[in-house]
Design a protein around this ligand. Structure first.
Ligand code: SAH
Ligand code: SF4
Ligand code: F3S
Length: 459
């Protein structure tokens, strides 16, 4: 018998990995007989799944925790959990900073939540941050969507980008077997899911750690092989994957995307900087020229593909000229979307201790300038949809306009149109696009289907 906490709340910060982990942890809590509570201030168990990629992400958690710590002083039965990347980074320190916490658990421990909680319910304060082998999870995640789902394929990251906390908090790469991934996709298809996004921080590293790899680095389980292996799961209509690393990105992967109809025409390939010296200092392992060649390859095989990326401005030592090279690379490519960030020095990463840290003023100025270009490129890339017929997988009602539903094009542009969600959820709909904005589109319903028609047939 577990003591009283019965209504739980999970707030998630950070990337898709964290969202996927939260869904699995919520599934475990459901399995333990608890029920979801929307309001964090009335739940009996509160779990913050945290992100530490930038200082601003980390600080957010502390303000949330302050409020909960106060609640706990009045209500000792409240169970407080910090999971995810801040938990891993701070460990015991977090307990000293917020003594009201019951459980501090790193991302590798997500699937062990039930065991850890049982320890907590014995009256212990628990810290779980040691590296572990990630077990296959046998409980059913509580997924946010009934249409699209994330499937982890590789955990961790073995890269050493000099600005990045991820390898420190997520640990070494651990690939799931192709069989486990396919089985999860089959189960999802049976539950009615239509779209799968395969997840990894560096998804091109998939399979390197599985048996069958050779000392020279050749391995038989690559991401490309995985796509061929899972492609025909009946019921799954769309397959996406993220994040691609330019260092390992292969022409074979692009060919597979061109060849496999379910793999969507969208590539998320962060470049981080357009200057070779900065790329070298970042430890990224590729040049601007190599990045350009990758994009050329993508556009040769999949001409209409959307291409998105991440970029950092204000890395230590970045000169104005070097920053301008980031803008010029963007101009040469014309991205559908670029996520940008001002460099944030992170504890335990090499670049945080380097000379040449730039002032906040310079970083913010560069961020504003790059973001201006991001929007104008997004607007420009959206133009190509005007008047076109697109297939949209309907995910949900438009929260801002309930007469509309929303979904995405295969290229990942958010699209709205008038329609009834009860009828259309999970359907693949052809829509004529008649309004374009930088980051979204509006269209008019033409017809609905259960399956994705080949694009050529509906044009
Ligand atoms: N694995 C992915 C990205 C993971 S983190 C890759 O290799 O590209 C997501 C994004 O956060 C990164 O692409 C980077 O643009 C940004 N980021 C990571 N560390 C950062 C830091 N210290 N300061 C600012 N942005 C950072
Ligand atoms: Fe961080 Fe680099 Fe790994 Fe991406 S590849 S998660 S940026 S260390
Ligand atoms: Fe943040 Fe951890 Fe993801 S630091 S970006 S939640 S891997």
């Amino acid at each position: 018998m577990l003591p009283s906490p019965r209504r739980y709340h999970v707030t998630t910060f950070g990337c898709q990995m964290n969202k996927a982990d939260s869904e699995r942890m919520a599934g475990i809590l459901d399995d333990m007989g608890m029920v979801w509570e929307e309001d964090p201030l009335s739940a009996d168990l509160v779990l913050y799944n945290t992100c530490t990629i930038r200082d601003s992400a980390e600080q957010k958690v502390y303000s949330y925790l302050g409020r909960q710590a106060k609640r706990k002083q009045e209500n000792p039965n409240l169970t407080l959990i910090v999971a995810g990347c801040v938990a891993q980074q701070e460990g015991e320190t977090l307990l000293r900073r917020v003594p009201e916490l019951d459980l501090v658990m790193g991302p590798q421990h997500a699937n062990r939540l039930q065991d850890l909680l049982e320890d907590v319910f014995q009256g212990n304060q628990v810290v779980a941050t040691e590296p572990v082998h990630i077990m296959e999870d046998i409980t059913k995640p509580r997924r946010d969507s009934e249409v699209t789902a994330w499937v982890n394929v590789i955990y961790g990251c073995n890269e050493r980008c000099t600005y990045c906390v991820v390898p420190g908090v997520r640990g070494l790469e651990q690939s799931r077997t192709p069989e486990a991934i396919r089985a999860e996709m089959e189960a999802l298809a049976q539950q009615g899911y239509k779209e799968i996004t395969l997840l990894g921080q560096n998804i091109d590293a998939y399979g390197r750690d599985l048996p069958g790899s050779t000392a020279e680095g050749r391995h038989k389980h690559t991401l490309t092989d995985l796509l061929y292996f899972v492609h025909d799961v009946p019921g799954i209509e769309r397959i996406r994957f993220a994040t691609s690393h330019p260092r390992y990105f292969t022409e074979r992967l692009v060919k597979a995307c061109a060849e496999l109809p379910k793999v969507c025409e969208h590539f998320h390939i962060p470049f981080q900087s357009g200057n070779n010296d900065i790329l070298k200092a970042m430890g990224r392992g590729y040049t601007r020229e190599k990045y350009r060649r990758i994009i050329d390859t993508v556009r040769r095989y999949v001409p209409d593909a959307s291409i998105s990326a991440d970029a950092i401005v204000g890395f230590p030592g970045e000169t104005e000229e070097q920053f301008l090279e980031t803008l010029s690379l963007m101009e040469e490519i014309n991205f559908d979307l670029t996520n940008t960030a001002a460099y944030s020095p992170r504890p335990g990463t090499p670049a945080a201790n380097w000379e040449g840290q730039l002032s906040e003023e310079v970083k913010i100025d560069r961020l504003q300038r790059i973001n201006h270009l991001v929007s104008s490129q997004a607007a420009d890339r959206s133009q190509r949809y005007a008047g076109r017929t697109e297939t949209i997988l309907v995910e949900a009602q438009n929260p801002k306009k309930p007469s509309q539903v929303m979904g995405r094009t295969r290229t990942n542009r958010l699209t709205f149109f008038e329609g009834n969600i009860a009828e259309l959820k999970g359907k693949i709909v052809t829509v004529k696009i008649n309004e374009v904005r930088p980051f979204s589109l509006t269209g008019e319903f033409l017809s609905a289907s259960e399956v994705e028609a080949p694009v050529a047939a509906i044009a």
